[in-house]
Ligand binder design. Structure first.
Ligand code: BES
Ligand code: ZN
Ligand code: ZN
Length: 493
């Protein structure tokens, strides 16, 4: 989808789209038509549909007008608008344009009294681009090529920059989705390492892949244990993007990438086990952010670390009862081989903190089913050791409508993972506070750095209870990419 900016809606287009608020009797930004017939059809449609959120009405235009059709897109009541409304409606418009097999369409950006203009154009771009992505790599029947988009808006440096940035950000989220959607037979730890290498070559990042034998030699006991049951060997993927001052500490991103989670010897039940191909979503999010951050040329230093394994049962697998030594020297008693994410993340977090002395760490993981029980499938769980960092992530979450909610982590939770035979155990007490006890395990790997953990188990892909959004078609959502890029873009502000 190519996107361009124009200052007037008088140019030729197959579909001219304007937004209609529920209480309004006009289309925001649509020029007056001198033709009474057109004006009265528009007015009639507004009276009939009243700008209800998500409602789309198409009015064909006859005669020699520049637009062949006008589309009225309802945005609901103005005081109910969120930072997601225009993204949602823009996504619906783009899907409609594709359904009509159009080559291009035009959206008139509403004026700034409705919504701040940079946010408006960003939402339009993200909604349109992300909604026409479809995972059809393995289907003979493909979607039509997506139509190109013209945005009508007064040209300013701010608007041009917002459009360019949000194109890159949407592409980052799409990159994440397209990896995360891959089936487990087509995407193992080496495949992910290959993707990381490709973006590092294109975007001038350093890429280091640590292989199984080196992991074992260097004390990555968590990654080694979880990975030993699969013939697809584990990899630790490291990307470095250095575009800030030389002495400036980097931000560290860490993402769980279990390319398939069977549960291992503590085998999962069969129902929906196929969905555990999405257990690599955290790692895919990190790669999507690294790609976009480097294309945006953000003036920062950023490191992405992705521990990647396949969790399989077999003669070589790790077992309940095993005691493994993590990268930081602490030992963990394995009580359930299905609680594997915390083991590989603990290694990656400890390594990242030691190697890079980061100013902040953010990790992403489809870590616990308990998070879905606690928060459902539209809000990610957040646990942190630093209120300032947590607040910044929360603010970005509000701006991007990738919602997070913080859960507490105090000493009592830390005590719940104490083991009789090792320094820690890899699960808490029964089903109590499963998301927090998992986070408590991770906090043991962090010495002193401000850290935010995002449990994306409920939001990383569309599940039965997921709220339908046009820009999140079935499958992986790329959750976290827009959120953390917002945080990174606002770092120096
Ligand atoms: N990858 C799963 C968590 C998960 C489950 C994410 C369902 C999304 C949907 C994780 O590795 C896991 O299995 N965790 C266990 C931990 C338990 C054994 C302490 C869980 O949540 O049941
Ligand atoms: Zn598991
Ligand atoms: Zn898992």
């Amino acid at each position: 989808m190519k996107i361009k900016l124009e200052s007037s809606s008088k140019n030729k287009t197959e579909l001219l789209c304007g937004f209609v608020p529920e209480e309004s009797s006009r289309v925001l930004g649509l020029p007056e038509y001198d033709d009474v017939k057109i004006t009265s059809s528009i007015n009639q449609s507004i009276r009939d549909n009243g700008g209800k959120l998500g409602n789309l009405t198409i009015i064909p235009i006859s005669g020699k007008k520049p637009a062949s059709r006008i589309l009225l897109a309802g945005i609901g009541k103005k005081n109910k608008m969120t930072n997601d409304t225009l993204r949602f409606v823009s996504g619906k418009i783009a899907l409609k344009a594709r359904e009509l097999k159009l080559k291009e369409f035009t959206i008139i950006a509403p004026p700034s009294f409705v919504n701040e203009i940079a946010s408006t154009v960003s939402q339009i771009v993200e909604g349109a681009k992300m909604s026409v992505y479809k995972f059809d790599k393995f289907r003979a029947e493909k979607e039509n090529a997506p139509p190109d988009l013209t945005i009508v808006c007064l040209r300013s440096a701010k608007v041009v920059k917002a459009i360019r940035s949000s194109e890159i950000i949407a592409d980052g989220a799409i990159f994440t989705k397209s990896m995360a959607n891959l089936p487990p037979n087509e995407c193992n730890p080496s495949t992910l390492a290959g993707f990381a290498r490709t973006i590092s070559n294109k975007n001038k990042m350093r890429c280091k892949i640590i292989s199984k034998s080196e992991l074992k030699k260097n004390g990555f006991g968590g990654i080694t244990a979880v990975g030993q049951g699969s013939k697809n060997e584990p990899k630790l993927i490291i990307l470095e993007y250095s575009h800030g001052a030389k002495n400036k500490k980097p931000i560290l991103l860490v993402g769980k990438a279990v390319t398939f989670d069977t549960g291992g010897i503590s085998l999962k039940p069969g129902d929906n086990m196929n969905e555990m191909k999405f257990d690599k979503c955290g790692g895919c999010t990190v790669l999507g952010i690294m790609k976009a951050a480097s294309e945006l040329k953000l003036p920062i230093n950023l490191v992405g670390i992705v521990p990647s394994v396949e969790n399989m049962p077999g003669g070589e697998s790790y077992r309940p009862g095993d005691i493994v030594k993590l990268y930081n020297g602490k030992t963990a008693e394995i009580l359930n081989t299905d609680a594997e994410g915390r083991l590989i993340l603990a290694d990656a977090l400890a390594y990242g903190e030691k190697q890079y002395s980061p100013q902040a760490v953010i990790d992403f993981a489809t870590l616990t089913g308990a998070c879905i029980v606690a928060l459902g499938t539209n809000v990610a769980g957040m646990v942190s050791n630093d209120e300032r960092l947590a607040k910044r992530i929360f603010d970005s979450s509000k701006r991007t409508s990738e919602e997070v909610w913080q859960l507490p982590l105090n000493q009592d939770y830390m005590d719940m993972i104490k083991s009789d035979v090792a320094d820690m155990k890899n699960m808490g007490i029964g089903r109590a506070a499963g998301t927090i006890t998992a986070a408590a395990f991770l906090q043991n790997a962090i010495e002193k750095t401000p850290w935010v953990h995002l449990d994306i188990a409920g939001v990383a892909w569309t599940q039965t209870a997921t709220k339908e959004k046009p820009y999140n078609p079935k499958g992986a959502t790329g959750f976290g990419v827009r959120l953390v890029l917002d945080y990174l873009q606002n770092l120096r502000a």
